[in-house]
Design a protein around this ligand. Structure first.
Ligand code: WQD
Length: 337
């Protein structure tokens, strides 16, 4: 199929592009480079051995989005594009609602006008609100921050679109904590500015860009007192998107919702020590106060995805750390401008 990947030069989008091409799909990308760099395209073309058409504009621009669908054959869409920083969303709620909801309105409107009925949507475990232990897809959704609400709302918008037009086939994929990098070390996670997330921060400590890791609290009700999360290798996550894309061709109901996680929780200190094993030395850290808004424990029940998508996360925490470290060593300051 010819697949439009929105946000295709971003962290998860780029890894998914590589697997789409390897699986025989044609790919075109739309990206506003708001959280990525054009140099990613060169890496992707080197990895895939293919020219990858990139349309650089913001999906909230209805006219440009309509023009893209009017001029490019598209069989399916994987929609990654969106703002995704929890803390930033609290400071800039209007920007988050306008961007995340507006891009989805624009995309779905163009899909409808041009008869594109297959959509895989990048959702998040954040829609489980604060109670994310062994979360199953039937659990009611809510959020504790504007970013999370944009995901809750986009899921609802897409469910309502499917009621109005049962010919669509939509996969809502709820990610837990994506980490890791392509085994080549040529693409990976490249957060702009100070990393919000744990593993990119640890990687930057290991490569000498940050002095030490701040562990946000060791007084949680967990075995070692630090927060537990369901970390999933980005390559497993990308594979989940291909499995969902395939499922769209065979599913009877218009919308399917699946958790993409491992079902295992790993604590902050366990992750730090796993990264030390990858690096071969101890890494400095300090325990500080809890981060506001953090939950103690979050991990998936991935049984539905395992069963219905024929998909299982296979890579270990040590794989995730080794692949992240290979990427960070080869790209100490991330992608070139
Ligand atoms: C993981 C653990 C922190 C940084 C976020 C978003 C979520 C999703 C994934 C988009 C927690 C601890 C972290 C640090 C630390 N994104 N930590 N020191 O918060 O689980 O999820 O990213 O969908 O929506 O909320 O990920 O990596 O920020 O934190 O101790 O410098 O690491 O307290 O226990 P989180 P995270």
């Amino acid at each position: 199929m010819r697949v439009l990947v929105s946000g295709g030069t971003g962290y998860i989008g780029s890894h998914t592009v590589v697997q789409l091409v390897a699986a025989g799909h044609d790919v075109l990308i739309v990206d506003n480079f708001g959280n990525s760099k054009p140099s990613v395209v060169n890496r992707l073309e080197a990895l895939t051995g293919r020219h990858l058409p990139v349309h650089s504009f913001d999906l909230t621009d209805h006219d440009k989005t309509e023009h893209l669908f009017a001029n490019e054959p598209i069989d399916a869409v994987i929609h990654f594009a969106g703002l995704k920083a929890v803390g930033e969303s609290v400071e800039l709620p209007l920007e988050y609602y306008e961007n995340n909801l507006g891009s989805t309105f624009s995309l779905v409107r163009a899909m409808r006008r041009h008869g594109v009925t297959k959509l895989v949507f990048s959702s998040s475990a954040t829609v489980y609100g604060t109670d994310q232990e062994a979360a199953t897809e039937e659990r009611p959704t809510f959020a504790t921050n504007p970013y999370g609400w944009t995901k809750v709302m986009q899921e609802q918008i897409l469910r309502d679109v499917a009621v109005a037009d049962p010919s669509v086939r939509i996969a809502l994929l709820r990610y837990f904590n994506p980490i890791g990098a392509h085994a080549s070390g040529t693409i990976g996670e490249d957060p702009q500015g100070i990393p919000n997330n744990l593993v990119p921060f640890i990687a930057q400590v290991a490569v000498g860009r940050r002095e030490f890791l701040s562990v946000y609290g060791d007084d949680y009700p967990t075995p070692d007192g630090t927060g537990q999360r369901d970390y999933i290798h980005v390559e497993d996550l990308a594979a989940g998107h291909l499995a969902a894309l395939n499922r769209l061709g065979t599913m009877d109901e218009p919308v399917g919702t699946w958790n993409l996680g491992t079902g295992q929780g790993t604590s902050v200190l366990e992750m730090l020590h796993a990264f030390e094993r990858a690096v071969g030395r101890e890494l400095p850290y300090r325990v500080v106060d809890r981060r506001p808004g953090d939950v103690a424990v979050s991990y998936a029940d991935p049984a539905k995805a395992n069963r219905e998508l024929g998909w299982v996360a296979t890579r270990t925490i040590d794989d995730m750390c080794a692949d992240t470290w290979r990427w960070q060593q080869a790209n100490p300051t991330g992608y070139p401008d």
